[in-house]
Design a protein around this ligand. Structure first.
Ligand SMILES: [Zn+2]
Ligand SMILES: [Zn+2]
Length: 363
Protein backbone atom coordinates (compact mmCIF):
# COMPACT_ATOMS: atom_id res chain seq x y z
CA UNK A 1 0.00 0.00 0.00
CA UNK A 2 0.98 3.63 -0.46
CA UNK A 3 1.91 5.59 2.64
CA UNK A 4 3.45 8.98 3.42
CA UNK A 5 6.45 9.15 5.69
CA UNK A 6 9.50 11.20 6.72
CA UNK A 7 12.71 9.64 5.38
CA UNK A 8 16.25 10.54 6.42
CA UNK A 9 18.60 10.26 3.43
CA UNK A 10 21.75 11.97 4.65
CA UNK A 11 23.22 12.08 8.14
CA UNK A 12 24.92 15.12 9.67
CA UNK A 13 23.50 17.92 7.52
CA UNK A 14 24.08 21.39 9.00
CA UNK A 15 21.48 23.28 10.99
CA UNK A 16 19.05 24.88 10.67
CA UNK A 17 17.34 21.73 9.48
CA UNK A 18 14.47 23.74 8.11
CA UNK A 19 16.99 24.89 5.47
CA UNK A 20 19.18 21.79 4.99
CA UNK A 21 16.14 19.50 5.05
CA UNK A 22 17.56 16.17 6.31
CA UNK A 23 14.08 14.64 6.37
CA UNK A 24 11.97 14.37 3.24
CA UNK A 25 8.27 13.66 3.48
CA UNK A 26 7.41 11.51 0.50
CA UNK A 27 5.27 8.62 -0.75
CA UNK A 28 6.52 5.11 0.01
CA UNK A 29 5.30 1.57 -0.53
CA UNK A 30 4.55 -0.51 2.55
CA UNK A 31 4.39 -4.28 2.09
CA UNK A 32 1.72 -6.35 3.79
CA UNK A 33 2.54 -7.64 7.29
CA UNK A 34 4.31 -11.00 7.40
CA UNK A 35 3.76 -13.76 9.97
CA UNK A 36 3.62 -12.31 13.48
CA UNK A 37 3.45 -8.75 12.16
CA UNK A 38 0.80 -6.04 12.22
CA UNK A 39 -0.30 -3.21 9.96
CA UNK A 40 -0.88 -0.18 12.19
CA UNK A 41 -2.51 3.11 11.16
CA UNK A 42 -0.53 5.74 13.04
CA UNK A 43 -2.60 8.19 15.07
CA UNK A 44 0.12 10.12 16.90
CA UNK A 45 3.91 10.18 17.00
CA UNK A 46 6.30 12.10 19.25
CA UNK A 47 9.62 13.70 18.30
CA UNK A 48 12.32 12.31 20.58
CA UNK A 49 16.01 13.00 21.02
CA UNK A 50 16.77 9.52 19.70
CA UNK A 51 15.34 10.63 16.34
CA UNK A 52 17.55 13.71 16.39
CA UNK A 53 20.52 11.51 17.29
CA UNK A 54 20.12 9.68 13.98
CA UNK A 55 19.73 12.96 12.07
CA UNK A 56 22.90 14.48 13.58
CA UNK A 57 24.91 11.26 13.45
CA UNK A 58 25.32 10.66 17.19
CA UNK A 59 23.64 7.29 16.72
CA UNK A 60 24.86 5.71 13.52
CA UNK A 61 22.08 3.96 11.61
CA UNK A 62 21.73 2.83 7.99
CA UNK A 63 20.01 5.23 5.58
CA UNK A 64 17.65 5.88 3.94
CA UNK A 65 15.61 5.34 7.09
CA UNK A 66 12.00 6.24 7.91
CA UNK A 67 12.38 7.78 11.38
CA UNK A 68 10.06 7.88 14.39
CA UNK A 69 9.91 5.43 17.28
CA UNK A 70 7.45 6.95 19.77
CA UNK A 71 4.00 6.31 18.31
CA UNK A 72 0.57 4.83 18.78
CA UNK A 73 -2.09 3.68 16.37
CA UNK A 74 -4.83 1.25 15.43
CA UNK A 75 -4.31 -2.32 14.20
CA UNK A 76 -5.69 -2.61 10.68
CA UNK A 77 -4.41 -6.05 9.64
CA UNK A 78 -2.15 -8.90 10.69
CA UNK A 79 -2.54 -12.47 11.91
CA UNK A 80 -1.73 -12.13 15.63
CA UNK A 81 -3.62 -12.26 18.92
CA UNK A 82 -4.52 -8.55 18.52
CA UNK A 83 -7.84 -7.81 16.79
CA UNK A 84 -8.35 -5.25 14.04
CA UNK A 85 -9.33 -1.97 15.70
CA UNK A 86 -7.10 -2.51 18.75
CA UNK A 87 -5.12 0.57 19.84
CA UNK A 88 -1.45 -0.20 20.38
CA UNK A 89 1.60 1.57 21.78
CA UNK A 90 4.80 1.13 19.80
CA UNK A 91 7.89 0.34 21.87
CA UNK A 92 11.33 0.93 20.44
CA UNK A 93 13.00 -2.31 21.50
CA UNK A 94 11.23 -5.51 20.47
CA UNK A 95 11.61 -8.33 23.00
CA UNK A 96 12.15 -11.84 21.67
CA UNK A 97 11.25 -13.17 25.12
CA UNK A 98 13.65 -16.09 24.94
CA UNK A 99 17.25 -14.75 24.91
CA UNK A 100 19.32 -14.56 28.14
CA UNK A 101 18.87 -10.77 28.22
CA UNK A 102 15.09 -11.13 28.12
CA UNK A 103 15.36 -13.32 31.23
CA UNK A 104 16.66 -10.31 33.22
CA UNK A 105 13.20 -8.66 33.44
CA UNK A 106 14.21 -5.62 31.46
CA UNK A 107 17.56 -4.92 33.11
CA UNK A 108 19.42 -5.95 29.93
CA UNK A 109 18.22 -5.05 26.41
CA UNK A 110 17.03 -8.02 24.28
CA UNK A 111 19.93 -9.16 22.08
CA UNK A 112 18.02 -10.06 18.87
CA UNK A 113 15.89 -6.93 19.32
CA UNK A 114 18.99 -4.74 19.64
CA UNK A 115 20.55 -6.43 16.60
CA UNK A 116 17.45 -5.83 14.46
CA UNK A 117 17.36 -2.19 15.59
CA UNK A 118 21.02 -1.72 14.66
CA UNK A 119 20.42 -3.25 11.23
CA UNK A 120 17.30 -1.15 10.60
CA UNK A 121 15.10 -4.21 10.07
CA UNK A 122 12.12 -5.83 11.73
CA UNK A 123 12.73 -8.81 14.05
CA UNK A 124 12.78 -11.35 11.21
CA UNK A 125 15.54 -9.40 9.46
CA UNK A 126 13.19 -8.12 6.76
CA UNK A 127 12.26 -4.69 5.46
CA UNK A 128 8.69 -3.81 4.51
CA UNK A 129 9.38 -0.26 3.25
CA UNK A 130 10.44 0.79 -0.25
CA UNK A 131 10.60 4.12 -2.06
CA UNK A 132 10.77 4.10 -5.85
CA UNK A 133 11.60 0.40 -5.59
CA UNK A 134 14.58 0.94 -3.25
CA UNK A 135 14.52 -0.40 0.32
CA UNK A 136 14.09 2.05 3.19
CA UNK A 137 15.25 0.97 6.67
CA UNK A 138 13.00 0.80 9.72
CA UNK A 139 13.80 2.94 12.77
CA UNK A 140 13.89 0.88 15.97
CA UNK A 141 11.28 -1.49 14.56
CA UNK A 142 8.68 1.31 14.47
CA UNK A 143 9.18 4.03 11.79
CA UNK A 144 6.32 6.01 13.21
CA UNK A 145 6.70 9.27 11.27
CA UNK A 146 4.32 7.86 8.67
CA UNK A 147 0.65 7.33 8.02
CA UNK A 148 1.00 3.55 8.45
CA UNK A 149 3.62 1.11 9.74
CA UNK A 150 4.21 -2.62 9.63
CA UNK A 151 5.68 -3.77 12.93
CA UNK A 152 6.48 -7.00 14.71
CA UNK A 153 3.90 -8.05 17.30
CA UNK A 154 6.74 -7.95 19.83
CA UNK A 155 7.19 -4.20 19.20
CA UNK A 156 3.71 -3.25 20.44
CA UNK A 157 1.64 -3.33 23.61
CA UNK A 158 -2.18 -3.08 23.41
CA UNK A 159 -3.87 -0.33 25.41
CA UNK A 160 -7.55 0.19 26.22
CA UNK A 161 -9.58 2.42 23.91
CA UNK A 162 -9.99 5.12 26.57
CA UNK A 163 -6.26 5.93 26.42
CA UNK A 164 -6.07 8.77 23.86
CA UNK A 165 -3.57 8.45 20.98
CA UNK A 166 -1.28 11.24 22.23
CA UNK A 167 -1.07 9.71 25.70
CA UNK A 168 -0.55 6.26 24.21
CA UNK A 169 2.31 7.44 21.99
CA UNK A 170 4.12 9.03 24.93
CA UNK A 171 3.85 5.85 26.97
CA UNK A 172 6.04 4.03 24.43
CA UNK A 173 9.23 6.08 24.79
CA UNK A 174 9.20 9.13 27.09
CA UNK A 175 7.14 7.55 29.86
CA UNK A 176 8.57 4.06 29.56
CA UNK A 177 12.14 5.39 29.60
CA UNK A 178 11.87 8.17 32.19
CA UNK A 179 9.09 6.65 34.27
CA UNK A 180 10.57 3.16 34.02
CA UNK A 181 13.86 4.45 35.41
CA UNK A 182 11.95 5.68 38.46
CA UNK A 183 9.74 2.61 38.97
CA UNK A 184 12.21 -0.11 38.04
CA UNK A 185 15.58 1.29 39.11
CA UNK A 186 15.14 4.35 41.35
CA UNK A 187 12.32 2.88 43.46
CA UNK A 188 12.08 5.94 45.73
CA UNK A 189 10.80 5.32 49.25
CA UNK A 190 8.68 7.70 51.37
CA UNK A 191 10.80 10.52 52.73
CA UNK A 192 13.39 10.31 49.95
CA UNK A 193 14.25 12.90 47.30
CA UNK A 194 14.39 12.31 43.55
CA UNK A 195 16.42 14.69 41.38
CA UNK A 196 15.98 14.70 37.61
CA UNK A 197 18.75 16.34 35.55
CA UNK A 198 17.56 17.26 32.05
CA UNK A 199 13.89 18.18 31.68
CA UNK A 200 13.05 17.17 28.11
CA UNK A 201 10.30 14.65 27.41
CA UNK A 202 12.06 11.73 29.12
CA UNK A 203 13.21 13.78 32.11
CA UNK A 204 9.80 15.36 32.55
CA UNK A 205 8.19 11.89 32.40
CA UNK A 206 10.58 10.83 35.17
CA UNK A 207 9.54 13.83 37.31
CA UNK A 208 5.83 13.08 36.77
CA UNK A 209 6.36 9.46 37.77
CA UNK A 210 8.32 10.49 40.86
CA UNK A 211 5.52 12.94 41.75
CA UNK A 212 3.05 10.04 41.58
CA UNK A 213 4.74 8.65 44.72
CA UNK A 214 3.45 9.71 48.13
CA UNK A 215 5.86 11.64 50.34
CA UNK A 216 8.68 11.84 47.79
CA UNK A 217 10.34 15.20 47.17
CA UNK A 218 11.08 15.94 43.50
CA UNK A 219 13.72 18.38 42.25
CA UNK A 220 14.24 19.35 38.60
CA UNK A 221 17.55 20.56 37.16
CA UNK A 222 18.01 22.05 33.69
CA UNK A 223 19.96 24.83 32.01
CA UNK A 224 16.84 26.19 30.29
CA UNK A 225 14.83 28.32 32.73
CA UNK A 226 11.62 27.88 30.68
CA UNK A 227 11.84 24.16 31.40
CA UNK A 228 12.27 24.87 35.10
CA UNK A 229 9.12 27.03 35.00
CA UNK A 230 7.26 24.23 33.25
CA UNK A 231 8.47 21.68 35.80
CA UNK A 232 7.23 23.85 38.68
CA UNK A 233 3.86 24.19 36.94
CA UNK A 234 3.68 20.38 36.88
CA UNK A 235 4.19 20.25 40.63
CA UNK A 236 7.94 19.73 40.92
CA UNK A 237 8.87 20.93 44.41
CA UNK A 238 12.17 22.70 43.64
CA UNK A 239 14.00 23.59 40.42
CA UNK A 240 17.55 24.73 39.81
CA UNK A 241 20.04 25.38 37.08
CA UNK A 242 23.08 23.05 37.41
CA UNK A 243 25.08 25.87 39.05
CA UNK A 244 22.35 26.61 41.60
CA UNK A 245 21.95 22.91 42.49
CA UNK A 246 25.45 22.44 43.92
CA UNK A 247 24.31 21.87 47.52
CA UNK A 248 21.51 19.41 46.67
CA UNK A 249 21.98 15.78 47.75
CA UNK A 250 19.46 13.08 46.88
CA UNK A 251 19.07 9.31 47.10
CA UNK A 252 17.80 8.89 43.55
CA UNK A 253 19.26 11.07 40.78
CA UNK A 254 18.20 10.49 37.18
CA UNK A 255 20.23 11.94 34.31
CA UNK A 256 18.05 12.35 31.22
CA UNK A 257 20.01 14.88 29.17
CA UNK A 258 22.38 12.55 27.33
CA UNK A 259 25.29 14.91 27.90
CA UNK A 260 28.47 14.10 29.85
CA UNK A 261 28.34 17.37 31.81
CA UNK A 262 24.79 16.52 32.90
CA UNK A 263 25.94 13.10 34.10
CA UNK A 264 28.78 14.70 36.09
CA UNK A 265 26.20 17.05 37.62
CA UNK A 266 23.94 14.11 38.44
CA UNK A 267 26.76 12.18 40.12
CA UNK A 268 27.63 15.26 42.17
CA UNK A 269 24.04 15.56 43.43
CA UNK A 270 23.87 11.93 44.57
CA UNK A 271 24.09 11.58 48.34
CA UNK A 272 25.56 8.79 50.48
CA UNK A 273 24.00 5.43 49.64
CA UNK A 274 22.34 6.99 46.62
CA UNK A 275 21.92 5.85 43.02
CA UNK A 276 22.77 7.86 39.91
CA UNK A 277 20.67 6.46 37.06
CA UNK A 278 21.63 7.48 33.54
CA UNK A 279 19.06 7.10 30.77
CA UNK A 280 20.32 9.70 28.26
CA UNK A 281 22.25 8.61 25.18
CA UNK A 282 25.43 10.69 24.81
CA UNK A 283 27.72 10.75 21.78
CA UNK A 284 29.73 7.52 21.49
CA UNK A 285 32.99 9.41 22.16
CA UNK A 286 31.67 11.23 25.25
CA UNK A 287 33.73 10.85 28.45
CA UNK A 288 33.14 11.96 32.04
CA UNK A 289 35.55 13.00 34.75
CA UNK A 290 34.58 11.90 38.26
CA UNK A 291 36.38 10.84 41.41
CA UNK A 292 35.73 7.15 42.07
CA UNK A 293 36.34 7.67 45.80
CA UNK A 294 32.81 8.75 46.65
CA UNK A 295 31.32 5.62 45.12
CA UNK A 296 33.28 3.52 47.60
CA UNK A 297 33.43 5.79 50.64
CA UNK A 298 29.74 6.76 50.42
CA UNK A 299 28.39 3.50 49.03
CA UNK A 300 26.99 5.18 45.94
CA UNK A 301 26.28 3.55 42.58
CA UNK A 302 25.99 4.56 38.93
CA UNK A 303 23.46 2.57 36.92
CA UNK A 304 22.70 2.67 33.19
CA UNK A 305 19.09 2.11 32.21
CA UNK A 306 17.87 1.52 28.65
CA UNK A 307 14.14 1.83 27.95
CA UNK A 308 13.64 2.43 31.66
CA UNK A 309 14.76 -1.15 32.34
CA UNK A 310 11.18 -1.89 31.43
CA UNK A 311 9.28 -4.92 30.31
CA UNK A 312 6.78 -2.98 28.18
CA UNK A 313 3.95 -5.51 28.39
CA UNK A 314 4.29 -5.47 32.19
CA UNK A 315 4.97 -1.76 32.71
CA UNK A 316 2.74 0.08 30.21
CA UNK A 317 -0.40 -1.16 32.01
CA UNK A 318 1.10 0.20 35.27
CA UNK A 319 1.48 3.63 33.65
CA UNK A 320 -2.05 3.42 32.20
CA UNK A 321 -3.41 2.79 35.70
CA UNK A 322 -1.47 5.77 37.12
CA UNK A 323 -2.77 7.94 34.26
CA UNK A 324 -6.37 6.77 34.82
CA UNK A 325 -6.10 7.54 38.51
CA UNK A 326 -5.08 11.09 37.64
CA UNK A 327 -1.63 10.60 39.17
CA UNK A 328 0.36 10.71 35.92
CA UNK A 329 -0.82 13.61 33.72
CA UNK A 330 1.03 12.43 30.61
CA UNK A 331 -0.74 15.06 28.45
CA UNK A 332 1.33 17.71 30.25
CA UNK A 333 4.45 16.51 28.41
CA UNK A 334 3.12 17.85 25.10
CA UNK A 335 4.60 21.25 24.32
CA UNK A 336 3.18 21.52 20.79
CA UNK A 337 1.40 19.63 18.02
CA UNK A 338 2.88 19.80 14.53
CA UNK A 339 2.15 18.36 11.09
CA UNK A 340 4.32 15.74 9.40
CA UNK A 341 5.39 18.35 6.86
CA UNK A 342 6.92 20.47 9.66
CA UNK A 343 9.24 17.69 10.79
CA UNK A 344 12.49 19.52 9.99
CA UNK A 345 11.41 22.58 11.98
CA UNK A 346 10.50 20.18 14.77
CA UNK A 347 14.02 18.74 14.72
CA UNK A 348 15.40 22.28 15.02
CA UNK A 349 13.25 22.88 18.10
CA UNK A 350 14.51 19.60 19.58
CA UNK A 351 18.12 20.54 18.90
CA UNK A 352 17.57 23.99 20.44
CA UNK A 353 16.43 22.28 23.63
CA UNK A 354 13.29 24.39 23.78
CA UNK A 355 10.71 21.64 23.21
CA UNK A 356 9.53 19.06 25.73
CA UNK A 357 7.45 16.86 23.45
CA UNK A 358 6.25 17.83 19.99
CA UNK A 359 3.54 15.51 18.71
CA UNK A 360 2.65 14.80 15.12
CA UNK A 361 -1.10 14.23 14.95
CA UNK A 362 -2.38 12.19 11.99
CA UNK A 363 -5.99 12.45 10.82
ZN1 LIG B 1 12.65 8.07 22.22
ZN1 LIG C 1 15.37 -11.27 23.82
Amino acid sequence: MKIRGAVLDRIGLPRPYVQSGPLTVSDLDLAAPGPGELLVRIEAAGLCHSDLSVVDGNRVRPVPMLLGHEAAGIVEAGDTDLPVGQRVVMTFLPRCGSCPACATDGLTPCAPGSAANGAGTLMDGGIRLTRDGEPVFHHLGVSGFATYAVVDRRSVVPVPADVPPVVASLLGCAVLTGGGAVLNVGKPQPGQTVVVVGLGGVGMAATLTALAHDDVRVIGVDQVTDKLDRARALGVHETYTPEQAADVKATVVIEAAGHPAALETAIGLTGPGGRTITVGLPRPDARISVSPLGFVAEGRSLIGSYLGSAVPARDIPRFVELWRAGRLPVEQLVSSTISLDDINAGMDALADGTAVRQIIAFD
